[in-house]
Design a protein around this ligand. Structure first.
Ligand code: 5GP
Ligand code: 5GP
Length: 228
């Protein structure tokens, strides 16, 4: 078919009309929901500091909910106009302090960590979740995953013992339904330790899914689950 210059103008106009819709639609493929074991964070050579609210409980804490692409790339800092608005999530602060504690130094109240995660990652899923929904989704996912229970009921306890990486993966797969990504750190005695668990979540932030891509693990075949 031969296109006249008139029809090319019309095609261009149609494309322009639909362009904003394409831009506003969801622009990532899935979330990584990342939880950290505080004992391992604190056991690395860097120090850790307990938040102003006191020592967190001996449980996995949320690190973040990260929009990701299927090819392993990810968007970040997507909205330079956004800011972290504490008033939008005032009723969630108590829960965030408990479930999303900060361990970085100097000791602080967590707002710095939550602000960082919102600006770097949360702003890239604004097409799906506003700020309140983003933090609510993470809190609900933590409850749903119930990781520590999944591990302890399989006999895997934070007692400084070493466990097979595979048995840790199996226990989480049993409870959550999908294979997790496990990230390790190395402590000052060069022990490989269970540091972070990556679970994949659909773009609505509500359901666990099979990971399109697992992060590359830097774990030994036997890893330590340190006390906290
Ligand atoms: P690291 O280099 O310590 O693994 O990661 C540093 C930071 O980069 C993370 O805290 C996170 O903000 C970001 N990051 C690392 N890996 C990924 C990834 O696979 N997906 C996304 N969305 N962010 C990541
Ligand atoms: P990322 O970009 O790696 O998602 O976020 C890590 C940033 O959050 C770093 O700047 C780190 O100092 C800060 N941060 C504050 N508290 C914590 C914490 O408890 N765990 C981790 N991994 N990072 C924290």
């Amino acid at each position: 078919m031969k296109l006249t210059s008139g029809s090319i103008v019309i095609i261009n106009l149609l494309a322009l009309q639909y362009f904003p819709v394409l831009c506003l639609s969801q622009d990532f493929d899935f979330f990584y929901f990342v939880l950290q074991w505080p004992g391992s964070y604190c056991d690395t050579k860097q120090r850790c500091c307990y938040p102003k609210t006191g020592k967190p409980s001996a449980d996995f804490g949320i690190h973040g909910l990260w929009p990701n692409y299927n090819d392993g790339g990810y968007p970040s800092n997507c909205d330079p106009d956004s800011r972290f608005d504490k008033s939008e999530i005032s009723s969630l602060i108590g829960k965030l302090e408990k479930e999303w504690p900060t361990l970085s130094c100097p000791s602080n109240d967590g707002v710095k960590f939550w602000t960082h995660e919102w600006l770097k990652h949360g702003t890239c899923s604004e097409s799906e979740l506003d700020q309140r929904e983003y933090f609510e989704a993470a809190l609900q996912l933590k409850q749903k995953a119930n990781l520590l229970q999944a591990l302890t009921s399989a006999g895997i306890k934070p007692n400084d013992e070493f466990y097979e990486l595979e048995e840790i993966e199996d226990a989480i797969r049993q409870a959550v339904g999908f294979t997790p990504g496990i990230e390790c750190n190395v402590d000052s005695s060069r022990n490989s330790q269970l540091y972070q668990v990556y679970l994949c979540v659909d773009t609505s932030g509500s359901d666990f899914i099979k990971c399109p891509l697992l992060p590359r693990a830097k774990c030994g075949s036997r890893i330590q689950f340190p006390k906290f």
